[in-house]
Design a protein around this ligand. Structure first.
Ligand code: NAD
Length: 438
């Protein structure tokens, strides 16, 4: 049993805290958001993540997990302090480090005994050294501490199982002894643990996210070529994926990547390269293709409907991917804005992201369920591949719509079936340059 403090109770911090508690440690979670901490004390989750609520309540009841807004209280027994605050996109595409700076400062001010600071937030290469400098500047006495980088690779929607069964744990530090102590915390997971230097660990996170985003943009580029040449990108990706050197993951053509990580991390990596005089051409192309995929949805709607002025378009799904309510950088937001600019009315339905959407997408009418959404729509766009959309009563959908136009941004339906049902159907990269069903 170790005493662990986690700073920030967002997707990463709360999952980290509850999983370490579940492994038998005593964990205190600190956040400056009083509402979030009050809610958590009452067993109310600040985010939607499958399995999270049950785990939080069980570990809090067992006395292994507690919540506070006070750094002094949170750090009083801490042996390890995990920083898991947000690092959103700054004005020029760089990572905005204001929350990491505040957290480091507050840790420094409250630190009264030796501890190991573990940085889990995704931070630019070199930030570990900077965090140590801030702590040194603000600590009141000469207390000993070490900084270890421990980038997080969990995916929203499967965050708990990803944390508990990671492909690898990466630790970076100038202090090998401190990194090995952090490694001990992960031993029960029986995962591969890699220990390297601070900057290399920070870079592994950016390079991994940039590579995954590149795979998505690669298959999206192939999908555009498939559309022009009459091939089916879904089958192309399947055929490619059987090659062991390639594999199947992250080869789904669609409306582009979104969420709180890929967009900002690819931008931040390109920024880091540029300020050092490098030319990240591939990263720029990855970002450009991602934007293009969103514009392609609007173009397909215009192919089907002509001008979008006065038309009603329904969005099936709002979250940037299924099983989360996270809408940061969600393709839905950008597509909805483009549609509104083109004069269309936009409606939407999402199984879990409606509360978040009400805040983030003003001007979009939110429907109670799919069938309420589709009534009177001139077109539907599948934005998020939620399971519940895969087996809709498509005849009912068709009959309720003003016109049976469906743009499938995630390729969840079978083109031949949709054609048979009388839909004007366009997927992504499925050989429909000629306009789909008659
Ligand atoms: N969300 C993901 O899927 C994911 C995956 C891997 C890595 N990451 C990285 O992890 C970090 C956290 O991401 P997230 O999505 O969990 O963020 P989040 O926005 O969901 O949560 C951040 C939390 O930090 C709190 N906070 C901000 N400043 C604070 C301070 N000074 N002291 C205490 N609490 C403070 C906020 O109130 C909020 O609750 C980011 O760097 C992100 O890039 C995220």
């Amino acid at each position: 049993m170790k005493n662990i403090t986690v700073i920030g109770v967002g997707y990463v911090g709360l999952v980290t805290g509850v999983c370490f508690a579940d492994l038998g440690n005593r964990v205190v979670c600190v956040d400056i958001n009083e509402q979030r901490i009050d809610d958590l004390k009452q067993g109310v989750m600040p985010i939607y993540e499958p399995g999270l609520e049950e785990l939080v309540i069980r570990n809090a009841r067992a006395g292994r997990l507690s919540f506070t807004t006070s750094y002094a209280e949170g750090l009083s027994e801490a042996e390890f302090v995990f920083i898991a605050v947000g690092t959103p996109e700054g004005v020029d595409g760089e990572a905005d480090l204001q929350y990491v700076r505040m957290a480091a400062r507050s840790i420094g001010e409250a630190m009264d005994h030796p501890m190991i600071i573990v940085n889990k937030s995704t931070v630019p290469v070199g930030t570990g050294d900077w965090v140590a400098d801030i702590i040194r500047e603000y600590r009141s006495s000469d207390v000993d501490f070490a900084v270890v980088s421990n980038p997080e690779f969990l995916r929203e929607g499967s965050a708990i199982s990803d944390f508990m069964a990671p492909d690898r744990v990466v630790l970076g530090s100038l202090n090998r002894d401190a990194a090995e102590k952090v490694a001990q915390l992960y031993l029960p997971l029986r995962a591969t643990i890699m220990i390297t230097d601070l900057r290399t660990a920070e870079m592994i996170k950016y390079a991994s996210n940039a590579f995954l985003a590149t795979r998505i943009s690669f298959i999206n580029e192939i999908s555009n070529i498939c559309e022009a040449l009459g091939a089916d990108v879904k089958e192309v990706a399947t055929g490619m994926g059987y090659d062991k050197r390639i594999g199947h993951a992250f080869l789904d053509a669609g409306v582009g990547y979104g969420g709180s990580c890929f967009p900002k991390d690819v931008k931040a990596l390109a920024y880091m390269a540029e300020i050092k005089g490098r030319h990240p051409q591939l990263l720029r192309a990855v970002m450009e293709i991602n934007q293009y995929q969103r514009r392609a949805v609007v173009r397909k709607l215009e192919d089907a409907l002509g001008s979008l002025r006065g038309k009603t378009v329904g969005l099936l799904g709002l979250a940037f991917k299924p099983n989360t309510d996270d809408m940061r950088e969600a393709p839905a937001i950008h597509i909805a804005r483009m549609l509104q600019t083109a004069g269309a009315s936009v409606r939407a339905y999402d199984p879990v992201a409606m509360k978040v959407a009400a805040r983030m997408t003003p001007g979009i009418e939110l429907a109670e369920d799919v069938y309420a959404l589709v009534e009177g729509c001139d077109a539907l766009v599948v934005i998020t591949e939620w399971n519940e959309f895969k087996h809709l009563d498509l005849r009912r959908v068709r009959d309720l719509m003003n016109r049976p136009v469906l743009i499938d941004g995630r390729n969840i339906y079978d083109p031949a079936t949709m054609k048979e049902l009388g839909f004007y159907y366009r997927g992504v990269g499925r050989g429909y340059e000629d306009g789909g069903a008659e």
